[in-house]
Design a protein around this ligand. Structure first.
Ligand code: SAM
Length: 537
């Protein structure tokens, strides 16, 4: 059923909605464009756009697409939804010079570890999950293989198979997300619908479609998020529906729901080994809701109060509005208390927090042991891209000093409060853009013994790699949510950066000691990795 829907481009608009943006996307027209491109014949590699064919999937590419080939050989075809060893029918969407892109129409012979996906939205285009139809042990095995493969191909690490440690799998594979963001849409206008007819159902709240930035799948449940978030979503879908006068007046774009409690295995005692302050809170469920709007959203106050009256676990409702996401409190507190690694964190709506509480604890333990701090609290730790301070604060009790640097001002403010709330007076946090201030970082923070970096998906800014290659902290602990950019940066740090004039690499001083993959996001293609680099002797 799901694959039949995916196979027919004309059905796509019925399952998608147009999100509101300040710059209005021309999404509905793109259906017409897509039809035009379907009829375009591209003969490169013998593949034709729109062609349907039987193939076998051989592996999973980074990002979750299946790597397929036609029986007669030819170009590699990256196919959405295909699993290794699966025999399937696909439809070619795009043909490039060296590869083609396709989506699955039908499974002929399934992956031997295929399972029934429990979510009603899986396979319907929702961008949330990739592997719900694959047994969890197979998911993590593939993630492990991808990390090794990227280190070999991109990082040029010859002993990648030895360096990469066994992946830390998740004990809790559903309901693990402590934060979910939903997109609000408005009904499309009459002229933007190709057949000129209004679609009464054409507004919704949902997740972005796979690979899209301007189309969503309407959903009423997400099996990855905290179940309490489903209840909040249901209330708001009823009381503040897309297209309602209030949603229109405030230009409501997105809805963020953040839940704080203790999923199975998140408590300090049950994991063991976390040496922190033991600040576990009372275990009560608390929820923050943020309405992200284009216009100031003071008029959302009555909805916020009604939500908190029906769902007393909602302790904070805020509005982030305008291009700078200016913050206003609609109900309760401005921040939400979150707990991880035996520490308490005051979290503003705009601050980053590890999205999987249970696996966040595991990640912290991996980082703590990767830092290999001495027992005498003599060492200085740098925590770059520190967010609200999670990693730096979790090693502060074993350090002389911790210095964190972070771009988002609210996160820096939270990090300072968090140091104080956890009684960690040896921590200092600085606000700044590490892409811009990297060259001057030495005048802002002391020379570290250990430097933790945890950048966004783009990896390290070039200027920061240059700074680290010059100042040479003895130990680098590189936490990454994108093993591809991490592999690139590891190569730069170990073999040296490419000299613009000579086009040769020079100056690499590090060696890669270990990489630990941690599965923070079961059922998705994402994998977190913690790499340790030391100065080569
Ligand atoms: C993956 S999060 C890690 C946060 C923190 N280490 C944690 O575990 O909670 C990356 C952080 O880097 C910050 N960031 C992104 N680009 C940055 C930049 N150019 N300079 C400084 N911080 C940046 C983001 O705001 C975010 O808080």
């Amino acid at each position: 059923m799901a694959s039949a829907l995916q196979s027919c481009p004309l059905l796509v608009p019925l399952r998608t909605r147009v999100p509101r943006r300040d710059t209005w996307p021309k999404v509905v027209c793109s259906v017409t464009k897509k039809q035009a491109s379907d009829s375009h014949i591209d003969s490169s590699g013998g593949l034709v756009v729109g062609e349907e064919m039987q193939v076998t999937c051989h592996a999973l590419a980074f990002g979750g697409k299946g790597v397929c080939k036609a029986d007669s050989g030819g170009l590699v075809i990256f196919c959405e939804g295909a699993l290794p060893q699966e025999r399937l029918v696909l439809k070619v969407d795009k043909v490039h010079k060296r590869f083609a892109v396709a989506h699955k129409l039908q499974t002929l012979h399934p992956h031997e570890e295929a399972v029934e996906a429990p979510c009603p939205h899986f396979g319907g285009g929702c961008g949330g999950c990739t592997f719900q139809n694959l047994d969890y042990s197979a998911q993590i095995r593939h993630k492990q293989e991808q990390v090794v493969d990227l280190l070999q191909r991109v990082g040029k690490v010859s002993n990648a198979g030895d360096v990469v440690q066994p992946i830390v799998g998740a004990t809790q594979q559903f309901e693990y997300r402590n934060k979910t963001t939903f997109t609000y849409t408005v009904p499309t206008t009459r002229d933007s619908i190709p057949d000129g007819k209004d679609d009464e159902d054409d507004a919704g709240i949902g997740m972005l479609m796979k690979g899209q930035h301007d189309q969503i799948v309407s959903i009423d449940t997400c099996l990855l998020q905290h179940p309490a978030a489903d209840r909040v979503l249901a209330f708001l879908a009823r009381e503040l529906p897309p297209g309602s006068a209030l949603a229109e007046a405030t230009k409501l774009q997105r809805l963020m729901i953040r839940a704080s409690d203790f999923p199975e295995g998140a408590r300090k005692g049950s994991l063991g080994g976390l040496e922190v302050t033991g600040n576990d809170g009372d275990g009560a469920l608390r929820i923050m809701v943020a309405f992200i709007t284009s216009e100031a959203g003071d008029s959302l106050q009555p909805v916020a109060r009604a939500l908190a009256a029906v769902h007393p676990e909602v302790v904070s409702v805020v509005n982030l509005h305008g291009p700078d996401e200016e913050e206003g409190v609609l109900f309760g507190a401005r921040t939400l208390d979150m707990y991880m690694a035996g520490l308490v964190f005051s979290m503003s709506a705009k601050s980053f927090f590890q999205t999987n509480t249970s696996q966040g604890n595991q990640l912290v333990q991996v980082v703590q042991s990767a830092c290999q701090l001495q027992d005498d609290q003599s060492e200085v730790v740098l925590d770059l891209f520190c967010g609200a301070g999670l990693l730096g604060l979790s090693v502060a009790h074993r350090s002389r000093e911790v210095h964190g640097v972070e771009l988002v001002a609210d996160a820096v403010r939270d990090a300072r409060v968090n140091a104080e709330r956890n009684g960690l007076s040896n921590c200092h946090f600085h606000q700044g853009d590490l892409g811009k201030l990297a060259a001057d970082l030495g005048s802002i923070v002391p020379q570290p013994d250990v430097c933790i970096v945890d950048p966004a998906r783009a990896g390290l800014p070039r200027a920061l790699t240059r700074f680290l290659s010059k100042t040479l902290p003895p130990r680098l602990v590189y936490v990454s949510c994108n093993p591809a950019t991490q592999a690139r940066d590891i190569r730069d740090l170990c073999e040296g950066m490419v000299d613009r004039k000579t086009r040769k690499r020079r100056g690499g001083k590090y060696q890669l000691m270990s990489v630990v993959p941690v599965d923070m996001f079961p059922h998705t293609a994402h994998v977190e990795t913690v790499a340790v680099l030391e100065l080569a002797s």
